[in-house]
Write a protein that binds this ligand. Structure first.
Ligand code: SF4
Ligand code: FES
Length: 231
């Protein structure tokens, strides 16, 4: 089948603003959008710039807006979109470095603010730190995050305020706050209770709808709000 790929292009060295360019491509229904982008790059325009690494939904590096919705290009099939024209643009709310590549530095700075690692100053036991099945279950959903940024850049609160810590960082805070082996909950909750923290979430559900790992992001944020209120 023939599909028109309408791709937002921007080269900061030559363009004053982004513009759209069209590419006609013969594709199979089961081709992924990543395959199509690679095909365009190899056969039509080698300057087309985008990120990817694993190509299998694991690394989280190819988040982009495809037909108006944040998705991973490696997990989206042409047939999923049911369209003759497929529009591909960078995810919203981040500075565009070139074409589909956005600047993730502020995203990772927000992630660092919530200390996404185990905090426990006690000497580790000679073998593993024990945890019951129920204790492990408590944060199972949020362990699945691949830090693709799709939730944060689908959120209107983030679009209007880049200082907003954002859903992805909240998910990673949740993963450790509810881990029975961790002792850093209080310091993380203080960060989350900031004016740019969880209270800027208005329960819009864009994050949950968009997450490619099907994490219930809105639920995790609600649990963090409860933890701030009742601990
Ligand atoms: Fe991506 Fe989902 Fe993690 Fe957000 S919660 S960064 S959408 S994997
Ligand atoms: Fe790794 Fe898509 S390229 S998630």
């Amino acid at each position: 089948m023939q599909v028109t790929f309408k791709i937002q292009r921007y080269n900061p060295e030559t363009d004053s603003q982004p513009h759209w360019e069209d590419y006609q491509l013969d594709v199979e229904p089961k081709d992924r959008i990543l395959d199509a982008l690679l095909d365009i790059k190899r056969t039509i325009d080698g300057t087309l710039t985008f990120r990817y690494s694993c190509a299998h939904g694991v690394c989280g590096s190819d988040a982009m807006m495809i037909n108006g919705i944040n998705r991973l290009a490696c997990q989206t099939l042409v047939q999923d979109l049911k369209a003759d024209t497929i529009k591909v643009a960078p995810i919203k709310g981040m500075d565009v470095l070139k074409d589909l590549v956005t600047d993730f530095d502020p995203f990772f700075e927000h992630l660092e603010e919530v200390k996404p690692y185990l905090i426990n100053d006690e000497l580790p036991p000679s073998r593993e730190r024990h945890q019951s099945i129920e204790e492990r279950e408590r944060f199972d959903d949020t362990t699945k995050c691949i830090m693709c940024g799709i939730c944060t850049t689908a959120c209107p609160s983030f679009w209007t305020n880049g200082e907003y810590i954002g859903p992805a960082a909240f998910v990673n805070a949740h993963r450790f706050i509810f881990d029975s082996r961790d002792e850093g909950a209080q310091e993380r909750l203080e960060v989350l209770n900031d004016k740019d923290g969880v209270w800027r979430c208005h329960t819009i559900f864009n994050c949950t709808d968009a997450c490619p790992r099907e994490i219930n992001v809105t639920q995790a944020i609600a649990e963090l709000k409860n933890a701030i209120t009742f601990t």
